[in-house]
Ligand binder design. Sequence first.
Ligand SMILES: NC(=O)C1=CN([C@@H]2O[C@H](COP(=O)(O)OP(=O)(O)OC[C@H]3O[C@@H](n4cnc5c(N)ncnc54)[C@H](O)[C@@H]3O)[C@@H](O)[C@H]2O)C=CC1
Ligand SMILES: O=C(O)C(=O)COP(=O)(O)O
Length: 528
Amino acid sequence: MKVLAADGISPKGIELLQKEFEVDVRDKISAEELLEVIPQYDALMVRSASKVTAEVINRAEKLKIIGRAGVGVDNIDIPAATAKGIIVINSPGGNTIAATEHTMAMMLAMSRNIPIANETMQKGEWNRKQYVGVELRNKTLGVIGMGRIGSGVAKRAMAFDMNVIAYDPYINEDRAKDLGVTVGTLDDVITQSDFITVHMPLTPDTKGMIGMEQMKKMKKGVRLVNCARGGIIVEEDLAEAVKQGIVAGAAIDVFTSEPVGADHPLVGVPGIVLTPHLGASTVEAQVGVSLDVSEGILAALKGEPVATAVNMAPVSPQVMKVIAPYLTLAERLGGTVASLAEAPVKKVEVTYNGEITEVNTGMLTTAVIKGLLNPIMENDVNYVNAPGLAKERGIKVTEVKKKEAEDFANLITVKADIGGGKNLTVQGTLFGSEARIVRINKFRVDVDPQARILVCPHINKPGVIGTIGTFLGVHGINISGMQVGKTEVEGTSLMVLTVDHDIPASVLKDVKGIDGIIDAKLVNFYAI
Ligand SMILES: NC(=O)C1=CN([C@@H]2O[C@H](COP(=O)(O)OP(=O)(O)OC[C@H]3O[C@@H](n4cnc5c(N)ncnc54)[C@H](O)[C@@H]3O)[C@@H](O)[C@H]2O)C=CC1
Ligand SMILES: O=C(O)C(=O)COP(=O)(O)O
């Protein structure tokens, strides 16, 4: 498989990927070049420079994952990627400290005139009078967006004896209060702050959130910081507000369109400190994001789920720890149902019993669907596209949780409605770390869901098992394991044979014709 690492990704993660894949490193790649080369690649790694548009995504032929070595994914067309079943991952925490510290650096640089003082001194001037600054102590800092970076900035600002007031419509107020932050409305932050810093993603809601109207309501002498995304503060309005003295100063790291040249409205305005999107540019952050995303790509290309996927329901590391051992089991239960079903599945009910019910099992249900659809779909089914594909095919998926354990400490039951009043049920559990199918319909079994199994309900009479063994032997198919499941239904049993070779359709048809065999279905776990 081939990976394209664009935009100057740290070599640390690339080295990790090179152990398994061919990696092409293109630190600078134009939009045209990206469009031209993308069909070759299975994975793409970017920072903020490359724009992964719908056109790029639709041009891709093999692309399975886009890794953003950083936080903001506004340069990636997520709906287009999701529609194509392409996983998009980022590194939500890899550059938090870097961006937090850069925000503090920008606030201090702006309030103490450091950039201009340095610039003039480098020219041989000694201007002490001209560059009198302001202190942070006892000032109010308004933080808009109290996520990872916003909280980090608030914490550090308090160490500078600033009062912090925050606005975030999705904030956990207890957490903010624990930090010692006052929670207010957007208007409170705008009217009460001496410094305002923004730390939210660029969305239709946040775009242009701070324009001339808001700036006119701000305190005299207010200073603004944007180390989040260009466009949250309207650039032309900010330039004008600083020129007119409505805003005393600004420190800006990010721009609506990057890179920025001398013609940008914020360039050359006295009182505005600019950096060329350096928030994440520390050695430590770049190693961190590169490793995070490379590990995610390695996992995704092996078909494993990635907790940092942004186009899937998020899964916390704590939940992931609980559910990870069950993912393969869930997928194989889904695959078993697909292989045993005589008619298209209309509804799937996934029931969880035992301790596992204490966490969000959404990803396990997605794993069941992935397993159910993979054997029957032309294209790869993954954690991103599985729910949408099930919906498209009209398969209704429900989840049931029952705290009480049944015969096993934890149990997953997949019940499929295959129409005509018929259901198919497969149950599985973990014995230690080993997956086991413990029931198929009414038959209690103990099957290792590996390789290939032949599932044969049959009449419980002498000779049936021997006949099938001999028949498969004649066709060169070796049996390496066998189980006979009990049932309350008198006179019938279920034989599950682990076979070392594929069974051609014609042989399978003849197996069904053996006296006493009710049915014969092959479950090929290699295809699930
Ligand atoms: N300059 C740089 O190099 C870097 C910039 N960033 C940018 O910083 C921003 C924040 O990053 P993180 O703190 O890691 O993200 P985060 O996801 O932890 O926090 C974002 C916060 O914004 C809040 N939010 C969303 N909509 C809002 C609204 N309408 N009004 C107020 N708050 C709103 C969310 O509730 C959340 O708490 C992102 O845009 C990211 O791209 C991140 C890293 C480096
Ligand atoms: O992580 C983010 O959101 C950033 O803005 C960092 O961008 P970069 O990777 O430095 O181009």
